[in-house]
Design a protein around this ligand. Sequence first.
Ligand code: ZN
Length: 356
Amino acid sequence: MSGIRFVVEKQVATFINPLKDNQLDRQEIEVRFDPLLGHQSVFNPDLKDKVSILFPETDEKYLADVVEATRPKCFLCDGRWKETTPRYPEELIPGGRLIKNETVLFPNLFPLFGYHAVIMLGNKHYRRLDDFPVSLLCDAIGICIEFIHKCFKADPGARYFTINANYLFPAGSSVIHPHLQLIGGSLPTTFQEQLIHHSRKYFEKNGSIYWKDLVAVEKNLRQRWIGEIMDSCWISSFSPLGQNEVQAIWPDKKHFLEWNDNDVESAAIGISGVLKTYYEMKCSTFNFSIFSGALDGFDYGMRSMMRIITRQNVVPDHRTDDYYFQKLLKNEIILLPPEELSQKVKENLDNCLKSQ
Ligand SMILES: [Zn+2]
């Protein structure tokens, strides 16, 4: 028996509701706790009437205007990256940048960690979420793994890396042009450290790997299970950290140095399929982070995993979806139940999923 518990608590809000003929309204709110970290996600079914206010649909005309206005000066477009982007020292990266087909990895001009690279995701200045091909993501994640190998070989103290994405400005990106961000160094990021710490605690308490247990429990329950792509497992999150969150888990891979070509490809297939689903849901932005334990294998309870979420859609003067509730109270709101999201993603990934 695993140590995984899907804990839910109910709260009730009672008030005289002018939207319901000034009758006494009693709204039941579900609070879900992440089985590893304990953070809360809150689901109030009555919020469905407010979704269009909280997350208005993408303004396609406005987005097209922004794309066109930013294209001429984009530092990545039309091969300008060759002149505008910085390079790594020759001893780390011969030639200064890693290039694979249409993807290019180069240093961030304004780094936040010892290793902070940007990866150009192809030549197109803008991509709809249904236009992130598997081959493009495969190349981009592939050069990330190659870069991590090179960094760790040159600097064995740089043990902690994450591969991340901001797409479009409501998701935090300062440029439209699709790209990834890879950060690493001697310290895990705050959330990476929490994952590692709690994974270790779980192992010490239960004698098993949390991530393997999670996959087994979710596969058995089938409520949030999406499926397996090669050696990776895909689920919607019981207690998400953002809207429409999907998690991927590589149960046998402790860290990025253990990744092979299949792991890279499985990430690419899954991300491409999840983004197609987001597009069908009329979303236009996303964030993801792929986490790994320490590259020397020290973090024995941790496994490689990813969380991918949607953010506020592109509209003029968009309202942030990360306010006191998320940023300071560290809670999230669920609008689409994870048990429905898993089915939507599954439909898009069905032909890629292992038959089970
Ligand atoms: Zn561009």
